[in-house]
Design a protein around this ligand. Structure first.
Ligand code: NAD
Length: 252
């Protein structure tokens, strides 16, 4: 789908990979709704790219319904959804200092996995009713998993499970939505230079960058955004999860 003139939703777009994707889609002529739980962050990005900021907690059904209705009212019906909202907090090594807190585990699953599915189901319900574009296409969805889905590290039991769930649902959801002319792909990023990573000590960031076989550095958010744009534009890409990680395979 050519994003020019289309309406796009990017979740978690107040920061990091989502912000870069919102900027890239806007530069290609899309009108972008910046959805984020943090409305201040969302408003700053929206002002910079001429989009709209909408507060949304992707893990809440009601919040998702209200956000999509607001986007439709203010911009029109979206045909592009990029799911970038996610958290990596709450990691705690299992088997240390007593039982792992279930609440932390649930929160990561609620936002990263159920939140992604929540936005997919609400977006798809509306997009399926739109007039088809070229080739019968009505919409396109890009999700964000992580290499942690395949290669989880110490303390990542919840995060890896949440991202593994996103990888696992990509093909069945693509097959479900194919009859509606809606494509679904997932990007599994390696390690990218975003605020999520900025919390790590510099030496850890450096060693992670050095562990990337090529190009031996952290990824830039613009490189994620370029792949998200490619998925939007390339009608043959469907049901696929693409690793974007410089071939990193991490030792535990
Ligand atoms: P980030 O922390 O910079 O941005 C995430 C954004 O999501 C924030 O603006 C935050 O407010 C928003 N958010 C959090 N919970 C939300 C909720 N419930 N509803 C709506 N918005 C919410 O992180 P990032 O590095 O840009 O990560 C984006 C996505 O990419 C995440 O899903 C993350 O797990 C994934 N990812 C990141 C990396 C990396 O190296 N940065 C690697 C692999 C996967």
């Amino acid at each position: 789908m050519n994003p020019n003139g289309q309406i796009a939703i990017v979740t978690g777009a107040g920061s990091g990979l989502g912000e870069a994707t919102a900027r890239t889609l806007a530069a290609k002529g899309a009108r972008v709704a910046i959805l984020d739980v943090g409305i201040d962050r969302a408003s700053t990005v929206a002002a910079a790219i001429g989009g709209i900021a909408v507060q949304c907690d992707v893990s809440s059904g009601d919040s998702g319904v209200a956000a999509l209705a607001e986007v439709a009212e203010r911009l029109g019906e979206p045909r592009i959804l990029v799911n970038c909202a996610g958290i990596a907090i709450g990691v705690k090594t299992i088997g240390k200092d007593g039982p792992h807190p279930l609440e932390q585990y649930r929160k990561v699953i609620e936002i990263n996995l159920i939140g992604t599915f929540n936005m997919i189901r609400l977006f798809a319900d509306r997009a399926a009713k739109l007039e088809p574009l070229q080739g019968g296409e009505r919409g396109v969805i890009v999700n964000t998993a992580s290499v942690a889905a395949y290669d989880g590290q110490i303390g990542q039991a919840a995060y890896s499970a949440s991202k593994g769930g996103v990888v696992g649902m990509t093909l069945p959801v693509a097959r479900d939505l194919a009859r509606s002319g809606i494509r679904v792909c997932t990007i599994a990023p390696g390690i990218f230079r975003t605020p999520m990573m900025a919390g790590m000590p510099q030496e850890v960031q450096d060693s992670l960058g050095a562990a990337v076989p090529f190009p031996s550095r952290l990824g830039e958010p613009s490189e994620y955004a370029a792949l998200a744009l490619h998925i939007v534009e390339n009608q043959m890409l469907n049901g696929e999860t693409i690793r974007l990680d410089g071939a990193i395979r991490m030792a535990p």
